[in-house]
Design a binder for this molecule. Structure first.
Ligand SMILES: *[C@@H]1O[C@H](CO)[C@@H](O)[C@H](O)[C@H]1NC(C)=O
Ligand SMILES: *[C@@H]1O[C@H](CO)[C@@H](O)[C@H](O)[C@H]1NC(C)=O
Ligand SMILES: *[C@@H]1O[C@H](CO)[C@@H](O)[C@H](O)[C@H]1NC(C)=O
Ligand SMILES: *[C@@H]1O[C@H](CO)[C@@H](O)[C@H](O)[C@H]1NC(C)=O
Ligand SMILES: *[C@@H]1O[C@H](CO)[C@@H](O)[C@H](O)[C@H]1NC(C)=O
Length: 448
């Protein structure tokens, strides 16, 4: 924002009426259709910590002569409170981008986002060599740009900045490959999100070459074109710090001949919606969170001494996995499976259990177990409305909550036996009395 204000102040373009909207509560300013007309109201964005530019014609300013800011401008830029800038629905000439970034070196902007933008042409990045930028987080979503191949020189001009970048996201942007050299520039990157692209098994190998992303902790490959579980394993093997890997929404298959081992640092593993018919092996050895929701699993027969959270909703499980195999477990989600009974004695020690939309057998012990879990407050939001009985027939469709589990209903043997004995004794006593008063009856009875 400051950049544009200053630029256009300098150009004498700020007289006309504009359309920026500032929310004091959120410290958020949004400006529509960046143009000469919309720029005067940019002034009101000065107290904002987030500024968003949506739509407009950036390309018109490419030809303006641009010089470095003078010392008083630099001081002013340094005092601005804006920390995050979003550019949306814009055509961005790369020349202008290079210049904008130079301006940012005087600000305290930490986060830069480009959404639905088209990058055009080729900028001159030489002047960025050795420049430090305060930006730590860079996001691109639904963008198109000229290919990155063959741009080693540009990346090396930007390297003193890119070396300290912490977070990079390039999502939904038809990325099919990321050259190895790019990864080597991002020496300090902690989080890389390349979800919703077209990365395949082979290109992944090239991206995570030796020395690429040495500090990477979080990697999202969600919804790409990955198919081989073991090729992915081989690709990320060289990431020594990797803690969180998201492979969800890829159609993964195992290759039994591979002996690839996942990085031991891996703690959080997301395999949801990955088309799995069975649990793939090997799994990372020190997992704490494992998400295998939305697959076709019939059984989960694994043990993990370190596992704390296990997500298995939307599968075809007939029974809950054995809790004994997970001594550290605190969270277990089993919604939408084919489970008829929860082993409540085992799961009652967990903090968070979700098991809605299963075909419960509402025999006394099963319904009683679920009701007890609910009383302990472990069943969360979907209790009671999404816990229904499937059997026995007279409870079908009824809420588990409404199944009577009192001693009278459930333990009929314990209740009926004493009642029968009491009745029998009464009968005997009554009989004796009758016999005494009317002895003739005995004969009558014996004849019958
Ligand atoms: C993606 O960006 C293009 C402009 O490049 C835009 O027309 C389209 O609506 C955007 N798609 C989504 C889903 O935002
Ligand atoms: C996905 O990968 C397959 C081969 O593994 C390839 O034939 C296909 O074109 C790829 N799809 C996309 C969208 O890249
Ligand atoms: C796994 O990824 C899905 C999206 O594909 C997301 O909804 C889910 O929250 C993720 N699970 C974990 C444990 O982060
Ligand atoms: C179970 O699946 C159905 C259909 O896919 C869905 O509507 C429902 O919300 C799911 N229940 C839970 C608790 O996720
Ligand atoms: C339900 O549970 C009861 C008691 O454990 C058992 O006798 C019965 O066979 C079960 N019914 C079904 C349909 O699983």
């Amino acid at each position: 924002m400051s950049v544009a204000v200053l630029l256009l102040l300098g150009l004498g373009l700020l007289e006309a009426e504009g359309r920026c909207f500032f929310s004091h509560a959120q410290k958020y300013c949004v400006c529509y259709n960046l143009s000469e007309e919309s720029l005067s109201s940019l002034i009101q964005c000065l107290p904002a910590s987030v500024v968003e530019f949506r739509g407009g014609e950036l390309e018109k300013y490419v030809a303006f002569p641009i010089s470095d800011p003078d010392p008083s401008t630099i001081e002013m830029l340094g005092s601005l409170v804006v920390r995050k800038i979003i550019f949306g629905e814009l055509l961005v000439p790369e020349i202008l981008l290079a210049w904008i970034l130079r301006f940012f070196s005087y600000t305290q902007v930490q986060e830069l986002v480009f959404e639905s933008c088209i990058f055009e042409g080729r900028g001159n990045w030489d002047e960025m060599a050795g420049q430090d930028l305060p930006i730590l987080s860079l996001h691109f979503h639904n963008v198109t740009s000229p290919p990155l191949m063959g741009r080693e020189q540009d990346f090396s001009s930007l390297s003193s900045w890119l070396e300290i970048l912490q977070e990079l996201a390039v999502t939904a942007s038809h990325v099919t490959s990321l050259p190895c050299v790019i990864g080597r520039v991002f020496k300090d990157l902690r989080s890389l999100d390349v979800a919703q692209n077209s990365l395949g098994d082979e290109s992944l190998m090239a991206t995570f070459c030796k020395g690429a992303f040495p500090q990477l902790q979080v990697l999202s490959l969600q919804r790409n074109n990955l198919t081989s579980y073991h090729r992915v394993c081989e690709s990320v093997q060289l990431l020594p710090e990797l803690q969180h890997l998201d492979l969800s929404q890829n159609k993964l298959k195992a290759d039994p001949s591979s002996s690839c081992q996942w990085p031991v640092s891996l703690r959080i593993f997301n395999l949801s919606s990955a088309g799995l018919d069975e649990v793939l092996t090997p799994l990372p050895p020190s997992l704490e969170v494992l998400d295998m929701s939305c697959n076709h699993l019939h059984a989960v027969d694994i043990s993990f001494s370190s596992l704390k959270k296990l997500f298995l909703s939307q599968n075809m499980l007939q029974a809950a996995p054995s809790i004994k195999n997970y001594p550290m477990l605190d969270t277990l989600h089993l919604d939408n499976n084919s489970i008829t009974e929860l082993p409540w004695n085992e799961v009652k020690h967990l903090q968070d259990v979700a098991a809605a939309d299963n075909p419960y057998n509402c025999s006394c012990s099963a319904a009683g177990g679920l009701q007890a879990l609910a009383t302990l407050g472990h069943l969360g939001q979907s209790w009671p409305q999404d816990y229904t009985c499937h059997s026995p027939p007279h409870y079908r469709g009824k809420l588990v909550k409404d199944v009577p589990v009192s001693v009278l209903h459930c333990n009929s043997a314990a209740v009926i036996a004493p009642v029968c004995i009491a009745l029998a004794l009464l009968g005997v006593a009554g009989g004796i009395c009758l016999l005494r008063s009317r002895p003739g009856l005995v004969r009558h009875c014996c004849r019958v």
